[in-house]
Design a protein around this ligand. Structure first.
Ligand SMILES: [Zn+2]
Length: 352
């Protein structure tokens, strides 16, 4: 539907439209209105939850032409020429740096350092957003450190990163850290239903599949995923009845050379067994990924004990790990896994 990082630009988004990050945004707004802005921020948290949008809205808020000169409010107008140009990434005082290939290189940081030494052309702040800052080379990070130690008064540097552990501790300690949370499935479901016109049951399932990342949800080929979900359900129907059907399923998945289809099937399968386990604990509402399949879930849950379901889930994780991370033979691993998933069998230790 929409490329991963551009869902933010579907609408004119201000802080109020960024969903699921009330804590981080509330903190930022208080800093803005109390005049206690930091010169460097580190926004960290999973991909696709609004970090980059928040950085851009912050850039709009500090450089909006309709803000009073000496007292900032926490709301950009989103309509003035500054707000519009920041959104289009053509404002002279707001720069976005992204990895060049696999890394954010020292040359990019040197360019930033050169530019940051000048006063803003027209805005209040020169804003530098470094996306995927954890991909900075050590040389780039050390170079950035010099600026973080003595930031010019008019500068605002925003580092965006999935985590903080791949960043130099000296860089992390000089930034105001703000953690972004995974989005609840209900928010992703609403947005998918509204913006992609998906039926609510489909949006619900895909929201769980996206694991809290809205940009992941947008990057899916939704039709393919929903078809695969149906295929997984159809194969599960045969569970316990036909070993052959399972082996055919394993054989067809094992043919998938880049293993992406295989990985998606495993994830649907994992969500199914997770749902069966939740069902056993009495969960029957919207916490289920297969919320629209209650009848099948009720039937499926009766086939296993709680301990068995825990074993099956762990077997799926282990097969995934063996096939994707450790290059185990997919056919062999899937044959073993599918036999383990049949009712009335012990999963054992799974693939090693
Ligand atoms: Zn404005």
């Amino acid at each position: 539907m929409f490329p991963g990082s551009t869902w933010f630009f579907m609408n004119n988004m201000g802080f109020a439209q960024i969903r699921g990050q009330e804590k981080a945004i509330g903190f930022l707004k208080r800093m803005i209105t109390h005049g206690r802005m930091s010169h460097a921020y580190l926004f960290y948290g999973p991909d696709g939850v609004g970090k980059k949008t928040t950085a851009e809205v912050l850039a709009q808020t500090v450089n909006c032409l309709r803000q009073e000169e000496d007292k900032l409010t926490a709301e950009a107008c989103l309509e003035c020429s500054a707000c519009r140009r920041i959104k289009k990434q053509i404002h002279p005082d707001v720069k976005l740096y992204e990895p060049d290939g696999n890394f954010v290189k020292i040359e990019a940081i040197r360019t930033m350092q050169h530019e940051i030494s000048y006063k803003p052309f027209e805005g209040r702040y020169k804003v530098f957003i470094i996306d995927q800052a954890d991909k900075m080379t050590t040389a780039a990070a050390n170079c950035l450190l010099k600026t973080l130690e003595e930031p010019p008064a008019h500068s605002l540097i925003i580092l965006i990163s999935a985590g903080i552990h791949n960043l130099l501790p000296t860089v992390v300690s000089r930034c105001q850290r703000l953690e972004f949370s995974p989005l609840p499935a209900s928010i992703i479901e609403d947005v998918l239903a509204e913006s992609c016109g998906l039926a609510s049951a489909d949006a619900h399932s895909l929201a769980f599949f996206a694991e809290g990342s809205l940009s992941a949800a947008y990057s899916f080929d939704q039709k393919v995923l929903l078809k695969e979900r149906e295929a997984v359900l159809a194969n599960l129907e045969k569970l316990g009845r036909s070993k052959e059907a399972f082996l055919t399923w394993a054989a067809s998945l094992a043919k998938d050379k880049d293993k992406t289809k295989l990985e998606r099937h495993l994830k649907w399968l994992l969500l199914w067994f997770r749902d069966l386990l939740l069902w056993q604990y009495g969960v029957t509402g919207k916490e289920l990924a297969y919320q629209d399949q209650r009848e099948r879930l009720a039937g499926g849950a009766g086939l296993y004990s709680i301990a068995e379901l825990q074993e099956k889930i762990s077997a799926i994780y282990q097969s995934h790990e063996a096939i994707i991370r450790r290059n185990a033979n997919p056919r062999l691993a899937l044959d073993v896994l599918f036999m383990q998933l049949m009712p009335g069998r012990q999963s054992g230790a799974g693939m090693k």
